[in-house]
Design a protein around this ligand. Sequence first.
Ligand SMILES: C[S@@+](CC[C@H](N)C(=O)[O-])C[C@H]1O[C@@H](n2cnc3c(N)ncnc32)[C@H](O)[C@@H]1O
Length: 253
Amino acid sequence: VAPATGLGRGSARIDRLVAMACEAAPDSRDTRPIAEIGYDLGQILLRVAERRPDLRVIGVEVQPEAARVTPVPAALRPRVDLRTGDGLAPLAPGECCGLILAGLGGRTIAEVLTRHAEVTRAVDFVLTCPSHLEAEVRPAFAALGMDIADERLVLDRGRYYECVLARPRASPAPRVLDADAPTDPLAAAWGPLLLGRPDPLMVDYLADQAHRFRDALATDLASYRAGHRAALGAKLGMLAAARARLARDTSAP
Ligand SMILES: C[S@@+](CC[C@H](N)C(=O)[O-])C[C@H]1O[C@@H](n2cnc3c(N)ncnc32)[C@H](O)[C@@H]1O
């Protein structure tokens, strides 16, 4: 029975991430905790602890005051460990069974996972949900030798979010896509499972991105050609083709 914590429901994004993390976490024979990097006020981290009374959780925050101001319900306190630090630095390789990185930019997520690759590679799963459209997270997973195991879109207060779950290639858990499989650039950029299954929200999501980036697309992505925007520019350059493929795949035979 879940402890009475009074946390209530989260937003659609938070509820989706909590459900994906709880589903991905190993069973209670594995006593390693799940860590969330950038837990802020613990909206995701504490709900994971609430939903999985068999799990311990670690929160890592770069803001030193976060541990003091985060309202940890008394019933959860013995299983919640809040640490101050940058990215994966406060975690030892092999200490955690899973990582959650949500509400951070894609470049930050990729950088955090890559800088301490020995920590990333030792977990069973990494769950990400970048704050904005980005193009760095999936390539970082591929470079780390991780396979995408699940991808879901969630619509939260008028904004779409991509939730991407990856597992190290050596993980015994079943995988949907193999990092060694031949690369399809369109699917690699826009989400092999979002586009391939496809996700029920994918048509609307891509239409929304076309609308959000309409000015940049109208100028042929001229301002996205160089520097840190180049990867996103390349992804946006494939948006029309992704929409066309989706239209083809979802149209009645
Ligand atoms: C927008 S909040 C997201 C909170 C929560 N993860 C969510 O998705 O609702 C991002 C948090 O990440 C923290 N953060 C950013 N970079 C970080 C890093 N390198 N290491 C730890 N925390 C970081 C920020 O201080 C901020 O509290």
